[in-house]
Design a protein around this ligand. Sequence first.
Ligand SMILES: *Cc1c(COP(=O)(O)O)cnc(C)c1O
Length: 382
Amino acid sequence: MDPLLYRKAWININLAAISANINQLKKQLPNQTAVMAVVKANGYGHGDIQVAQAALAAGASGLAVALLEEAVRLRKAGIKAPILVMGWVAPEFARIAIEYQITLTVFQVSWLETFKQNKIGQPLSIHLKLDTGMGRLGIRSIEELRDFMAHLAQCNINLTGVYTHFATADEPNHDYYYKQSSRFETLINELKQHTTDQMVVHTGNSAAAIQHSNDMLNAVRFGIGMYGLYPSLYLKETQPISLEPALSLHAKLTHVKKVGAGESISYGATYTTEQEEWIGTIPVGYADGIQRGWQGLSVLINGKKMPLIGRICMDQCMVKLDQAYPIGTEVTFIGKQGNEKISMEEIAQHLGTINYEVACLLTNRLPRFYDPSDTEGAGVNF
Ligand SMILES: *Cc1c(COP(=O)(O)O)cnc(C)c1O
């Protein structure tokens, strides 16, 4: 964490919520189904290392990330649990994966050929990816699978897992999910003809883990739900599981003024006061991930919703206040104040996107605090 924290803007991460969300899911899953905590993209903006440690303490048995870089970062932080990289990693970097005991995702014969040519002494651990309908990465046909397994037999590689990814598990209609499940079963049956290796077989992201808990085989890859966010509005409305958001975002007013009627605020002068109004200035903007599209959303001040007005600037934005407030008054962008709350889902809806994107786009300029006693973004004397 950057020790230079002079600005009054911060994110609180409630790690107890991360644990509670894992426990909620575990209650629903069969005993033999393990939880892999997905901490790619800096833990969906929540902080990869802290979330990984909390998740492992709460009973997750492994971690999954998108990039080899993200996996190495976790290892360098001293994390010993199994880590799966779900994205494609060039075969040239297999040595790094072996050095750090990181499991890679592999599914291409050409990849195996390059790996073999590099003649690495120690074995690499991989999970095989099957593409059952996501259309992103993986083997799609039985012929490809046979060819892959024939090449794999000549490589110094341990096949420790096999998996697929669902495209529609967050929806009320399960037809496509069942189509993917049945293709997976066909490919797995073929795979078993070619290996007797002990493999972790996994298919589910949060949505599948929540909607199809009993089909989840050896493990699930629990991402968005672990952060207390629902994979879709449909699942937020139907609440088959109770999740608690871990992230809240706050700042403090840096300026408060009364402006007369007919005065404009911010770039483009897009907002003009109709009468005398109290206007507050907040020291966060699109460089923090409070995108320009947030204009028109509300923030919480004194337990009440108040609208962000005028264009969001790079480092600041303005709010219409219902009265004068002192400089230093707390403003909540995401989270609760009193009986009011602002969720990532409502922000996402306003932006025409999904909660995943709202969380991932919060930049590292905002410090993250993890100690529950730091409710004021403490550790810092504001
Ligand atoms: C990101 C990702 C996940 C986690 O998905 P959530 O919807 O966040 O639970 C699982 N599997 C793969 C392959 C992913 O890329």
